[in-house]
Design a binder for this molecule. Structure first.
Ligand SMILES: Cc1cc2nc3c(=O)[nH]c(=O)nc-3n(C[C@H](O)[C@H](O)[C@H](O)COP(=O)(O)OP(=O)(O)OC[C@H]3O[C@@H](n4cnc5c(N)ncnc54)[C@H](O)[C@@H]3O)c2cc1C
Length: 365
């Protein structure tokens, strides 16, 4: 073997794991694109809200907090405001309880975000625990750690073939070849394609598109201190972003397989219309727009662990809309399992994340 670990994917999942594994062995990261974080990891809303998501995600997010705080500059206060209006009481109550929001008056909500329409927004809940993640800084932090440990991180290296080779895996890209005992599949929306390349069954991941528009801040307003706002029934969200606002239709649209995603004009227009219904300031122009794929497993929880049928094939997949806020704990868990060390997380949580739970959901390549 010329390496101990080959990681396919140079997004936050692959790079955070490379940082963990580098001190323990020879790590090779292969990323298809010209630079790291070209796909989902370069397109997120950069939110850390530990109470947001299904149970295993919440547990991983909470387990990640201490490490986020130990690295200065990664988190900064933001806050999260959920708003709703007449007829939306039931969904509001469910979402507010799930995210452990404190109920506040509509007037207090408007003090935080003055553009909320008084006739439309009559219910509000607030959480101070939501924070911004500096996603570039986080990725560079892990990449630096990985390189310092000796990891070889290569871009423009799209893996084209994977073979089982003796006791390990042989991977081929652009005329090159490498071998390792452990192959990590951290290919984001492409994880099932990578499994198929290795001749393994797909686990049934679904990439879902989410679009984003960047719009100017309403004239004369300093939005820097505004919280992130989730619209009624999560039909849109808005977040301050470097002096402007990003607004997402919060869609989860299935796509025709993994690809370099772009925003759908109609979806974006409809989402912006839903946002405009709730605010006093119209959207007059877009500064930019983009979309990314949030990739979910069949039960919408991440998949972290060795494949049940192929020795040395490791899944770090299905992070959905939570890949940044969970990455410190997720990458630590992955490294413990790969290195045969006892995970710091509960056995129940490790089982809830293991590929074995998806046994019945396998779909043939
Ligand atoms: C609009 C949007 C908003 C989001 N908001 C948040 C948020 O607020 N907070 C949060 O925590 N998360 C958020 N997320 C989710 C988060 O961005 C993802 O969970 C995370 O980026 C996934 O990281 P990844 O490394 O698994 O995937 P990716 O970043 O997609 O990386 C996978 C990489 O694998 C590479 N690859 C694929 N096939 C091959 C191959 N054959 N050979 C070599 N390389 C290959 C790809 O080129 C890609 O770079 C959001 C996502 C989107 C789209």
């Amino acid at each position: 073997m010329d390496h101990d670990f080959i990681i396919i994917g140079g997004g936050i999942a692959g790079i955070s794991l490379a940082a963990r594994l580098a001190p323990a062995g020879r790590v090779l990261v292969l990323e298809a694109e010209e630079h790291l974080a070209h796909h989902a990891s370069g397109r997120s809303a950069a939110l850390y809200e530990p109470n947001y998501g299904p149970p295993a995600v919440v547990a991983l997010s909470k387990a990640s907090e201490a490490e986020f705080r130990a690295t200065p500059g990664i988190l900064s206060p933001r806050g999260l405001l959920l708003v709703a209006g007449p007829g939306e009481e039931e969904t509001f109550a469910t979402d507010a309880a799930a995210m452990e929001l404190a109920l506040i008056s509509p007037d207090e909500a408007r003090q935080r975000v003055p553009i909320l329409r008084p006739d439309r927004i009559t219910l509000a809940g607030f959480s101070p625990s939501a924070e911004d993640i500096d996603t570039d800084l986080l990725l560079q932090h892990f990449a630096r750690e990985a390189r310092a440990g000796g990891a070889d991180i290569r871009v423009r290296s799209r893996v084209e073939a994977i073979h089982r080779d003796g006791t390990g895996w042989r991977v081929t890209w652009a005329g090159n070849e490498a071998r390792a005992g452990v192959l990590v599949n951290a290919a984001g929306a492409w994880v099932d394609e990578v499994a198929a390349l290795a001749g393994l069954p797909r686990l049934g991941f679904t990439p879902l598109r989410r679009s984003m528009a960047r719009i100017p801040a309403p004239a004369g307003m300093d939005v820097a201190g505004w919280p992130m706002v989730f619209g009624p029934d999560e039909a849109w969200y808005m977040k301050p972003d470097a002096g402007a606002l990003i607004v997402s239709p919060a869609e989860e649209d299935p796509v025709d397989g993994p690809h370099d995603a772009w925003a759908d004009d109609m979806v974006l227009a409809e989402g912006l219309a839903r946002y405009e219904e709730c605010v006093t300031e119209p959207v007059t122009r877009l500064l930019s727009n983009w979309a990314g794929l949030r990739t979910f497993s069949p039960d919408r929880q991440p998949v972290i662990g060795f494949d049940t049928g192929a020795e040395g094939f490791f899944w770090l997949a299905g992070q959905g809309g939570y890949g940044f806020q969970t990455c410190p704990a997720a990458s630590r868990l992955a490294a413990s399992l790969i290195l045969g060390e006892a995970p710091a997380l509960s056995a129940d949580l490790v089982a809830a994340l293991a590929p074995a739970r998806l046994g019945g959901a396998k779909i043939s390549p």
